[in-house]
Design a protein around this ligand. Structure first.
Ligand code: CU
Length: 272
């Protein structure tokens, strides 16, 4: 008796969940689900859950309404059973639908999109042709230090390195596009740009109509899922893209772990 009590794992707990799949992350075997309250476990919210088996991923589509069993072992919750109960239009406060149109890859050309810069000037991405470009997506209110603030620090660090290196000065332009354009007006971006010592000749902050910025973010693999809890309840990933002078995508950096020095060495290879 004593022996089995010592060796037994704490039993996994099971909870029933009802919700809608907003995004399917095939490679990570995860589903982003907007779910209702899970009695005894957590309030309704949108989050990504790992899925127990590959077979449970088959046929999963954004918009699908599901019931599912969440198995919680310690801190980790995994979906171990999923039942399709219907489909519904995706909420319009995400760019999930746009992501299903396909994501740009290395070798693809920068799309031409009309946006507005921090000086309230209309800009079109094609204006940047002729110089290599580093493009990233952020929102100024992001509360997570290792998300958008990390991108802003990295871009600021790159701007500094460019200025300090005569071989690189003027050889790379920088763009940060907001995916929260309702708050990130040109005036807000202009103020924000100052806190990063933005050199307007090098670094441009762009905003625009939300449909446009959501679609552009989706094209670059940035998933934006706005929750209902607060304006900063935004589940998003990070993608930063290096584009050559001809407008061709050379490299995409995911997440926030990439180093500014890696971008600079990739840039040296591009301009060689
Ligand atoms: Cu963020």
């Amino acid at each position: 008796m004593l022996l089995s009590a010592c060796t037994a794992e704490p039993p996994a707990k099971h909870y029933e969940l009802t919700g809608q799949i907003l995004a399917v992350h095939e490679a990570r075997q995860e589903l982003a689900v907007k779910h209702e309250d899970i009695t005894g476990y957590m309030p309704g919210m949108t989050m990504s859950f790992p899925v127990a088996t590959k077979s449970l991923m088959i046929g999963r589509t954004p918009g699908e309404l599901i019931t599912a069993t969440l198995e919680v072992n310690g801190l980790v919750g995994t979906l171990v059973a999923i039942t399709h109960v219907g489909t519904a239009p995706l909420p319009d406060n995400t760019n999930t639908a746009a992501m299903t149109d396909g994501i740009l890859e290395v070798g693809d050309l920068l799309p031409d999109v009309a946006l507005i810069d921090q000086h309230d000037q209309r800009r079109s991405l094609s204006e940047w042709k002729g110089t290599p470009l580093l493009l990233t997506f952020i929102y100024t209110r992001c509360p997570l230090p290792n998300f958008c603030p990390a991108m802003n620090r990295n871009v600021a660090s790159i701007q500094k390195s460019l200025a300090a290196d005569p071989a690189l000065a003027g050889r790379l332009k920088l763009i940060s596009v907001s995916f929260d354009p309702e708050y990130d007006t040109p005036a807000v971006l202009a103020e924000f740009a100052k806190t990063f010592q933005t050199d307007p000749a090098v670094w441009t902050w762009l905003t625009g109509n939300r449909v446009t910025t959501d679609r552009l973010a989706a094209k670059f693999g940035v998933s934006v899922i706005r929750g209902d809890a607060s304006p900063t309840d935004v589940a998003h990933n990070l993608r930063t893209t290096l584009i050559d002078a001809g407008g061709k995508i050379v490299k995409m950096y995911s997440g926030s772990a990439w180093m500014p020095s890696a971008v600079l060495s990739d840039l040296r290879a591009v301009i060689k």
